[in-house]
Write a protein that binds this ligand. Structure first.
Ligand SMILES: *Cc1c(COP(=O)(O)O)cnc(C)c1O
Length: 388
């Protein structure tokens, strides 16, 4: 029932109780959905002194506060703001840490639209971006310039899931006075808390596991004491606002995120291991597998793995890859992930400047909450169709 998280509880207890105060809402378990722009002051005195708990619907409301307080508690943050999408959370976080004339270091493995923002809007505004090998660790120290203000990390990174040594990167960055951002969408604060490992800002595409049902777009940025004032001011200046119904859905999703993630974890690792044994598959990229190059770092820093990973097929004709995809019945083809349903999408690494280009077709799988045996049977029959 605590909104402040004074006494730390286990992760599942935190998910259930964070940001929730039934005594403030006539005993009802869930925070009501406050639809509102105007908030009325009680008197002229209060108005002149700006004495009011919530001053305007864009800035705060009990609904917004229920989710931001919950996320601050889960991320061990000084404060959290919400954004209308995960991408908007990424761009707002970046805008809060750099000015014209600055340089930033961004992992080659970031979510592609993040890279697009750096190469277009930030560039236009006089911010220079250098992409770095996500596996650099402490060696990132050699890439700093006198005007480097921030290092963006995403771990494991989008598409091929490289695990980054966040504590080593954060140490190098802090020595040079740069802030560290981490896109933590894959693990969520349930499996990894970036601020505890040296990040100053932790970003979530709540569209994925927090919401968990493929029915909401929402993002969040949680910051430590140092990064919070500029994050809060930048977010306010940009006028970002998330509709209360979407916040309600994200809060509802958050309460069950632990049970969902544990299920995604077991199913994904089981399917990944099965895929490792398939003759059609060249590589399985899942940090939870012993065979994965990022496994040791993942084991050191993360308390679990979610349901998203990639495979590289052995070189095959385009047509047979399409036959495989079309033969799948339980895996939908479409972007985004983190919902209850299984998904598959082909991808390439053309936009990456540092990563090695694979020989075979890459596929990203999201393992949903269906029965594992059904998912494996579906993949098995699609492989059979591919061969036929
Ligand atoms: C999906 C995703 C985003 C963007 O989230 P949207 O809500 O779709 O804008 C950002 N970062 C990562 C790692 C993602 O997977």
């Amino acid at each position: 029932m605590s909104r402040t998280g004074k006494s730390k509880k286990g992760p599942d207890t935190e998910l259930v109780s964070a940001g929730r105060d039934p005594s403030a809402q006539h005993g009802f378990v869930n925070t009501p959905v406050y639809h509102g722009s105007t908030v009325l002051y009680a008197s002229a005195d209060d108005l002149f002194a700006n004495r009011i708990r919530y001053s305007y619907g864009r800035r705060n409301s009990p609904t917004i506060e229920a989710l931001t307080c919950a996320l601050s508690e889960l991320e061990n943050a000084a404060g959290t703001v919400l954004a209308p999408s995960g991408l908007s959370a990424v761009t707002t976080a970046l805008l809060s840490v750099c000015d014209a004339g600055d340089h930033i270091l961004v992992a080659d493995s970031v979510y592609h639209p993040n890279r697009h923002f750096c190469d277009t809007v930030l560039k236009r505004m006089g911010v220079e971006t250098s992409y770095y090998d996500p596996l650099l660790g402490a060696d990132i120290a050699g890439l700093f310039k006198p005007n480097t203000k921030a290092v963006f990390t995403e771990s494991p990174g989008s598409l091929i899931f490289e695990v980054q040594d966040l504590p080593a990167i954060a140490e190098a960055a802090h020595k040079r006075g740069a802030l560290v951002l981490c896109d933590n969408t894959w693990a969520t604060p349930y499996f990894f808390k970036p601020l505890d490992f040296g990040a100053d800002l932790s970003i979530q595409a709540g569209t994925k596991y927090i919401s968990g049902h493929a029915d909401v777009l929402i993002g969040s940025i949680s910051a430590n004491q140092k990064a919070w004032p500029r994050l809060h001011a930048t977010h306010g200046a940009l006028g970002l606002s998330v509709g209360p119904d979407d916040i309600f859905l994200a809060l509802r999703g958050l309460r069950t995120m632990g049970v969902r993630l544990k299920h995604h974890q077991i199913s994904a690792i089981t399917v990944a291991r099965w895929l490792e044994g398939r003759p059609e598959v060249a590589r399985v990229l899942h940090p939870g597998l012993d065979s994965d190059p990022g496994h040791a770092l993942w084991k050191r820093d993360f308390s679990g793995a979610s349901g998203l990973f990639a495979i590289e097929l052995k070189p095959a004709a385009d047509k047979s890859v399409r036959t495989f995809l079309d033969a799948l019945e339980l895996f939908g083809m479409g972007y985004s992930w983190g919902g209850y349903e299984s998904l598959i999408v082909p991808f390439d690494l053309k936009a990456r400047t540092i990563a090695h280009k694979p020989a075979g077709q890459m596929l990203r799988l999201h393992i949903g909450l269906e029965e594992i045996a059904d998912l494996i049977a579906d993949l098995e029959s699609a492989f059979a169709a591919m061969k036929a």
